[in-house]
Design a protein around this ligand. Structure first.
Ligand code: PLP
Length: 311
């Protein structure tokens, strides 16, 4: 088991780092001191998997689902860490407790790590586990949350599932970052990428949903199976709203009554403009509002929340 150190608050250089606490190489550290080797293949080759869970009002939301995805990703990448599930849970609780944060963005990572001979064979590397808790972050800022994001559908294709398995949460983000710069160049705030068939895929850190005639749809494949995406399916079942996963053409998204995107970083976030087209009435729609309220209400349900254990 990991030992809880006598760190009481988030000591950080506010000019460079947000406040927060990290765990790496067996130690809890202020986030400003959590540094990775330049020889780690997670850094050199994006050879890593990770997950992000949030803490809201002092409790993790759907931690079990995030852990399932993380452990399954490690297995698919032939990675292993010297901690079992219970120990990872303990480390995550400790990072949040030490940070003193009520609402937090909690990331945990397994990198391929390093090998003493700088071997090209990934089997020679010692995998590294890192976790950290920093203040809750969102894809959309408060202004964008209330008036809706302006997104651009870029011509860029999200890295195809035949190249990188999107069900393994990964750092293959150069396509997403390229999309962001293209979006900024046309005055938009975020980007939506296509799949290899020209259908909607996903954006930088979020899944995409369209509402048409009271029914909700989202891309079926080629995307991360987001935990928030799953939450939308769960909520729709409860609220008796039809929600289906299928191919979604860019024209369908532009013609939707409402569009929203979902992420652990922010929850349900409205989109009211795509390229030059206003979506629906151009303001946040009623179904998006209903789902957003239900999403935050679900955080109070004991089935999905796990209160932070303070020592
Ligand atoms: N798609 C991508 C590429 C992501 O990186 C993320 C989250 O970071 C999502 C979708 C949304 O996933 P989740 O709801 O699990 O946060």
């Amino acid at each position: 088991m990991t030992k809880m150190p006598a760190l009481s608050a988030c000591h950080s250089d506010p000019a460079t780092y947000p406040p927060g606490i990290a765990f790496m190489d067996g130690q809890y550290l202020p986030i400003s001191e959590a540094k990775i080797s330049v020889l780690d293949n997670g850094f050199l080759h994006s050879d890593a998997t990770y997950d992000v869970v949030h803490v809201w009002k002092g409790a993790f939301f759907r931690l079990d689902d995030h852990l399932d995805r993380f452990f399954s990703g490690m297995e698919k990448l032939h990675m292993s860490i010297p901690f079992g599930r219970a120990e990872v849970i303990e480390i995550l609780h400790n990072c949040v407790a030490l940070s003193g944060l009520e609402d937090a963005y909690v990331e945990f990572i397994c990198t391929r790590g390093t090998s003493p001979t700088f071997s090209r064979d990934p089997r020679d590397a010692v995998n590294r586990f890192i976790a950290f808790a920093i203040p809750f972050g969102s894809v959309a800022n408060p202004e964008q949350m209330s008036r809706g994001l302006h997104a651009a559908i870029t011509e860029f294709v999200r890295i195809p599932p035949s190249s990188v398995d999107p069900t393994v949460k990964n750092y293959h983000w150069l396509d997403l970052v390229k999309g962001l710069y293209a979006a900024y160049a046309q005055g938009a705030e975020t980007a939506i990428l296509l799949d290899a068939n020209g259908n909607i895929a996903e954006g930088p850190g979020f899944n995409v949903f369209a509402v048409k005639d009271g029914k909700i749809s989202t891309p079926k494949s080629g995307v991360l199976m987001g935990i928030t995406r799953q939450t939308i399916f769960d909520l729709c079942a409860e609220l008796q709203i039809t929600c289906a996963a299928h191919d979604l053409a860019p024209s369908e998204l532009r013609a939707a009554d409402e569009v929203f995107v979902t992420s652990t970083a922010g929850g349900v976030m409205p989109v009211t403009k795509i390229d030059e087209t206003s979506i629906g009435t151009g303001s946040v729609g009623p179904l998006t509002n209903e789902i957003t309220e239900a999403y935050w209400r679900m955080h109070e349900n004991d089935r999905f929340r796990q209160a932070i254990r303070y020592p």
